[in-house]
Design a protein around this ligand. Structure first.
Ligand code: 13P
Ligand code: SF4
Length: 317
């Protein structure tokens, strides 16, 4: 065992001890670094994480994810302390919908219901009728009568996919995820040529030309379940590469290939810079010092709670 491994083990032990001493729970998204996923109490997709946040009896929620996720946990748990290891861990989708511009946008469609993907700020949630995640977006849209006009925001790629699946004409906000828009079709097809028996599994935040060639489309958890239950042995995975760690642990001997991005010629995979801002050291420090804490102004929190609660009620297991 080298000194680095001993230090890493020390860090893991310290995190586990702090967690127990402070009655904290660590919720981690699949895009977190493997070490954080391994030390978390729960690893999941955005819906699973919100459901866990809603039912935890811990005093402190450490959200190993990005800001909108920690904010969602705070909105439904006003009396708990919610910590985010790096307060700068944002999201390109959430940033693509500034509150004032979004408010002006929805004013143009007064008779529309507003469905927002959970990847948005608390302020934008407060302007919404209901939130959704990639695993329940179709169900949420279908929960409204066919003749109900709908605004879907902020992800236009997910919006286009949901519009197609539901056969509805959704008014879309022009937002996108930088990670899921970075896949290179050319490189993806060239990998597929090398592995013609592989299946392409894609996240619906990906662009429509990628979704068109995918054998399966789903949220991160749905992708994991699909690969777990499939008889195929090779998969090309078009989402953030962090999920490969969890899939590999569950499926063992299957071959997992991250879909290549346009820019990257080194690791040939797509990584979210925001998700990767959280480190084991920052995780330890936030548990130790109770900082950085995520808070939501009460006026906004009350308004943002309702659309989240509506989504959770619709998605009860
Ligand atoms: P899900 O894990 O809910 O599929 O969302 C993916 C994502 O991009 C989260 O930021
Ligand atoms: Fe946001 Fe995309 Fe990163 Fe998810 S992967 S947090 S949607 S930028």
């Amino acid at each position: 065992m080298n000194s680095e491994t001993i230090a890493d083990n020390d860090l893991v032990q310290e995190i586990l001890q702090l967690k127990a001493d402070k009655n904290a729970v660590i919720l981690a998204h699949y895009y977190q670094i493997p070490e954080i996923q391994d030390v978390a109490d729960y690893v999941g997709d955005s819906l699973g994480l919100s459901q866990e946040a809603a039912k935890t009896d811990a005093d402190i929620i450490v959200f190993a994810g990005v800001h909108f996720m920690a904010e969602t946990a705070k909105i439904i748990n006003p009396n708990k302390k919610v910590l985010l290891p790096d307060l700068d861990a944002g999201c390109s989708l959430a940033e693509s919908a500034p509150t004032e511009a979004f408010e002006n946008f929805i004013k143009q469609y007064p008779n529309h219901k507003v469905i927002t993907y959970i990847n948005c700020s608390a302020e934008v949630k407060a302007l919404s009728d209901i939130t959704c995640t990639s695993s329940n977006a179709i169900k949420v849209v279908n929960s409204y009568p066919k003749d109900q006009p709908i605004i879907f925001a902020p992800d236009k790629n997910l919006g286009k996919y949901v519009a197609k699946q539901t056969g509805r004409d959704l008014v879309l906000w022009d937002g996108a995820c930088v990670v899921h828009e970075a896949f290179s079709m050319e490189k993806l097809l060239s990998i597929y040529k090398e592995h013609p028996k592989a299946e392409i599994v894609a996240h619906p935040e990906s662009e429509s030309h990628i979704l068109k060639i995918a054998h399966y489309i789903g949220s991160t958890s749905q992708m994991l379940d699909y690969i777990n239950n499939s008889s195929k042995s090779t998969f090309i995975i078009a989402t953030e590469a962090g999920i490969l760690h969890q899939i590999q642990q569950q499926v063992g001997n299957k071959t997992l290939i991250p879909a290549p991005s346009k820019e990257d010629n080194t690791c040939s995979c797509s990584e979210c810079i925001y998700m990767k801002m959280n480190t084991m050291q920052k995780l330890r420090d936030c548990l130790k010092f109770g900082y950085p804490e995520v808070d939501v102004p009460e006026k906004i929190r009350i308004k943002a709670k309702l659309p989240i609660e509506r989504m959770l009620a619709l998605s009860k297991k």
